[in-house]
Design a protein around this ligand. Structure first.
Ligand code: ADP
Ligand code: MG
Length: 723
């Protein structure tokens, strides 16, 4: 996490190793010295990453049982919500077997009546878990069985006697519940066990909890002190207190992540030596390139290029994200940036996520730059050995100026003579490691990553937290609004009629079938079958093409070239065409099984049409059975073409963790805060962190805070180093 500090990190001695040097009760106290823990339990706790008293206190409740939500048995009903019942175990037994299904039944009683609870699974475990007379809380939904209410497989929490007394006596207790597992429960560390050792831990730490957030920040947001926070997060008296405690913990977490990013950005800009590209002479290559474009750059494109120019001329390495919706003209920006690199005497590289896309870029850039006397070369997998060797040689000798390619660019054996600028197109398709590899192909080259994925700002701040961000808002006038229609599977014929009419007017169309991993063959088949069926029937008068991921590079290339030169009228494909393809004469995008795609993915597909003079049409065909949910979801696309709005809707539907597989792409894994849900707090923490780095670049004040987070997050945070 803090790469510049060699003394911290994984190699640092663990606090528990030099416990002697720590005052008893300090948060560094090894957890085994907490009363009630001991050597045996501490070994199990270490498996959870809990080694010190501090770690223990940061092991937060998974949820809270609010007494006010507890319902007496007599008041239970069949409504479809979760109830919590607190009572005593009256009886239990294993029943059934033979013809009757084996199960474990338990009768729970409270002052108002009795409730039957049933387990069909984990019978062995549960049959040993209870004692008669024991107080427990169960949470779950009720259902009817033979005229009686019962609960099946509820969540169970064991309660202390005084807790259950407390509950009965209606004192204002809130009970914290902790994640546990069989091994922990076996040594008494269920929620009740945890509450006991937490209480001891709080007692032990009294007077030893330094606050690592400065007073200035605490008072700014009215945050609890750290000592109060830890007390209240485990033993709140009211639900508000737990909220206050959580707010402070979330801020702490978000702030330290942002502090790391801010520090890294500071180091990059202040300390790292990048390439200092010269300021251009009038009439130099880039200005000739700008004039050579078939269109005038938009204001947005020009302003992004100014950002890039500044970065490239500065002494620090550029690390910039260009966010621009589909069709906003990112390729032209990339081309001009590449021209700047070549003008400065360096090579430039453009990496795309798919071969189809790399080839398209190679065609566009190849023609354009050739006319300016700049050489380009394509590097993808599957080249013949002699051809590959020839191209590698041209790259390492510096004979070629601009290299376009796929992952093949970052493989071993690919060496550049003088890589000055690395651009990554559709960056969300690449992992962090791949970005890093491309960067390492040069000596601190400038890096520009481009994405059409309108990542909500809050996610962008954590995903790309130390990158500078440029946004292309407007689309060039050449891009027209697209008409989007949602169709039922049964309207296929209407769709094909429409396709025929359009193609009859000399236009081209896409027909896309979904490709779902689990049934790749099947879906592939859908595209292939449709191709055959249409070719022999409805569409026999037209030129049809088929494109899918299993075809060889040459085949794909042949099909794409034929489509872009107009030799194919209707391209039937799986989602291999998803990103980046630019064919102005294509006006219809028909997507079959549209409900199986993510909204942002569909938005990308739709962005493939309507790039020329004529307005595009996008038909989203839903397979039966059509649910209202699927329809509502797709309706978002019919309503807006704003990629940000669509991404937000996607996010609401699919949730943050799922978003474009952020996990796999190296988003820091927050433990407490959620960058989406707590986005306001995140923004605030980010501002604070960046301000603080300005004032105190070495962050001397925050040594304990950073040490804490480095310990708690360790290697997971290292991913963020890559940026
Ligand atoms: P994306 O940002 O989705 O990668 P592209 O770079 O493919 O978008 O550009 C979309 C289309 O807009 C292309 O056909 C491109 O030639 C065209 N284009 C880009 N910039 C301009 C401009 N300034 N004026 C007119 N057309 C432009
Ligand atoms: Mg593009």
């Amino acid at each position: 996490m803090y790469a510049e500090n060699k003394n911290s990190g994984q190699n640092a001695p663990h606090p528990a190793d030099n416990a002697k040097h720590h005052e008893r009760g300090s948060l560094e106290t090894p957890v085994q010295f907490v009363p009630g823990v001991g050597p045996y339990r501490s070994r199990q706790l270490e498996r959870l990453g809990v080694q010190t008293l501090g770690d223990l206190l940061y092991y937060l409740p998974r949820r809270y049982l609010d007494r006010s939500l507890i319902v007496p048995v007599a008041k239970l009903d069949l409504s479809d919500r979760e109830f919590t019942v607190v009572g005593e175990v009256a009886a239990f037994k294993i029943v059934g077997g033979g013809t009757k299904r084996r199960r474990f039944e338990l009768d729970l009683v409270d002052a108002s009546g009795g409730l039957r609870i049933v387990w069909f699974q984990g019978i062995q475990y549960w049959s040993k878990a209870f004692k008669r007379g024991q107080a427990i809380a169960v949470s779950g939904k009720t259902h009817h069985y033979r005229e009686r209410l019962q609960m099946t497989h509820p969540a169970v929490d064991f309660l202390d006697e005084n807790e259950s007394l407390g509950l009965k006596a209606k004192t204002g207790t809130i009970i914290s519940l902790y994640s546990s597992n069989a091994a922990l429960r076996a040594i008494g560390l269920d929620s009740r066990g945890f509450r006991r050792i937490m209480a001891e831990g709080i007692k032990l730490s009294a007077g030893h909890v330094p606050d690592f957030l400065p007073e200035e920040l605490r008072s700014k947001y009215n945050l609890l002190s750290r000592a109060d926070t830890l007390k209240m997060v485990h033993f709140p008296e009211k639900m508000d207190q737990k909220e206050e405690a959580l707010k402070r913990l979330r801020y702490e977490e978000l702030f330290s992540v942002q502090l790391t990013l801010a520090r890294r950005q500071y180091l990059r800009k202040a300390k790292q030596q990048g390439i200092k590209f010269p300021h251009p002479e009038p009439g130099a290559l880039t200005s000739r390139a700008v004039k050579h474009l078939p269109f005038k750059l938009t204001k947005g494109q020009l302003s992004v290029l100014t950002d890039i120019r500044e970065d490239m001329e500065s002494q620090y390495p550029m690390n910039r994200l260009l966010q621009g919706d589909v069709g906003s003209g990112k390729t032209a920006v990339a081309m001009m940036a590449l021209a700047m690199a070549v003008e400065g005497g360096y090579q430039g590289a453009l990496m795309a996520p798919t071969e189809v896309l790399a080839e398209q870029h190679s065609r566009t850039l190849g023609v354009f730059f050739k006319e300016l006397g700049i050489s380009t070369e394509l590097l993808i997998g599957g080249l013949k050995t002699t051809e590959r060797k020839r191209r590698l040689k041209a790259i390492v000798s510096g004979e070629v100026d601009i290299i376009i390619g796929t992952h093949a660019l970052i493989q071993e054996g690919v060496d550049f003579a003088k890589l000055g600028l690395a651009i990554i197109d559709e960056q969300h398709r690449f992992g962090v490691a791949q970005r890093l590899k491309l960067r390492k192909k040069g000596t601190t080259p400038d890096v520009l990553v481009m994405t059409a994925t309108p990542i909500p700002r809050s996610l962008a701040l954590t995903l790309y937290g130390d990158l500078d961000v440029s946004i292309l808002l407007e689309k060039p006038g050449s891009i027209k609004p697209i008409t989007t229609r949602i169709l039922n599977g049964s309207d296929r014929d209407k769709l094909f009629d429409f396709l025929k009419t359009e193609i009859g007017k000399g236009r081209q169309a896409f027909l896309v079938y979904p490709l779902v991993e689990q049934s790749e063959k099947l879906d592939l088949q859908a595209a292939v079958d449709s191709y055959k069926e249409l070719k022999g029937g409805t569409m026999k008068d037209f030129q049809l093409g088929l494109l899918h991921g299993r075809m060889s590079t040459e085949e794909k290339d042949r099909v794409m070239t034929a489509f872009s030169s107009g030799d194919i009228d209707l391209l039937i494909s799986t989602t291999v065409i998803e990103v980046g393809i630019d064919i102005p004469n294509a006006t219809v995008m028909a997507v079959m099984g549209a409900q199986r795609f993510g909204l942002s993915q569909l938005h990308q597909l739709r962005g493939r049409v309507g790039r020329g003079e004529i307005r595009g049409v996008c038909a989203l065909v839903i397979d039966p059975p059509i649910t209202k949910e699927a329809r509502d979801r797709l309706a978002v696309l019919a309503e807006t073409e704003d990629g940000f709005k669509i991404a937000d809707a996607d996010l609401r539907i699919r949730g943050g963790g799922e978003f474009f597989g952020t996990r796999q792409h190296g988003a820091p894994d927050f433990k407490i805060a959620d960058p989406i849900e707590h986005r306001d707090l995140l923004e605030a923490a980010r501002r604070d962190a960046f301000e603080w780095v300005e004032r105190d670049p070495d962050l001397k004040q925050f040594v304990p805070l950073r040490a804490h987070f480095e310990r708690a997050y360790g290697p997971r945070m290292e991913l963020m180093d890559v940026g």
